[in-house]
Design a protein around this ligand. Structure first.
Ligand code: RB5
Length: 147
């Protein structure tokens, strides 16, 4: 799978760790930065990753900042993106099954490396179930049209 990844300065170390993990498991990773520890702004990277996913350049995206909150809000501003911020694997898995999330956000100051990788694996493993969830996901898409 081709996965877009991006972070602010706080998420840099965890981003590189996740990118390595994904490559080791056969995924292609497109890195949207940041790639330096210099202070920067999470909306830049949330937007870049979200646009790569919304346009179909990448199938899914992973974004990181200190809490995962700011960068998930940024990603969710892009039409067609359903980003979820998770600090445990259960919500990550269910967000795929029920909400068809296409961007995962993580807080580098919230989760350690091992837990982050567990969350990433659970999220990637989840298959969207459609069925009773489809109408609700369609309703989310309608909210995009209200902007
Ligand atoms: C940067 O200090 C921090 O605000 C950012 O990484 C993130 O946590 C915002 O939601």
């Amino acid at each position: 799978m081709k996965i877009a990844i991006g972070c602010d300065h706080v998420g840099l170390e965890l981003k590189d760790c996740i990118a390595e993990h994904l490559k080791k498991h056969g995924h292609t990773v497109q890195d949207f930065g940041t790639n330096s520890g210099e202070r920067t702004d999470y909306p830049i990277y949330g937007k870049a990753v979200a646009e790569a996913v919304a346009s179909g350049v990448c199938e899914k995206g992973i974004v990181l900042c200190g809490t995962g909150v700011g960068i998930s809000i940024a990603a969710n501003k892009v039409r067609g993106v359903r980003a979820v911020v998770c600090s445990e694997p259960y919500s990550a898995l269910l967000s795929r099954r029920h909400n068809d999330t296409n961007v995962l956000a993580l807080g580098a100051r919230v989760v350690g490396r091992a837990l982050a990788l567990m969350i990433v694996d659970a999220w990637l493993m989840g298959e969207y179930e459609g069925g009773r969830h489809a109408k609700r996901v369609e309703m989310l898409a309608e909210l995009d049209d209200m902007r």
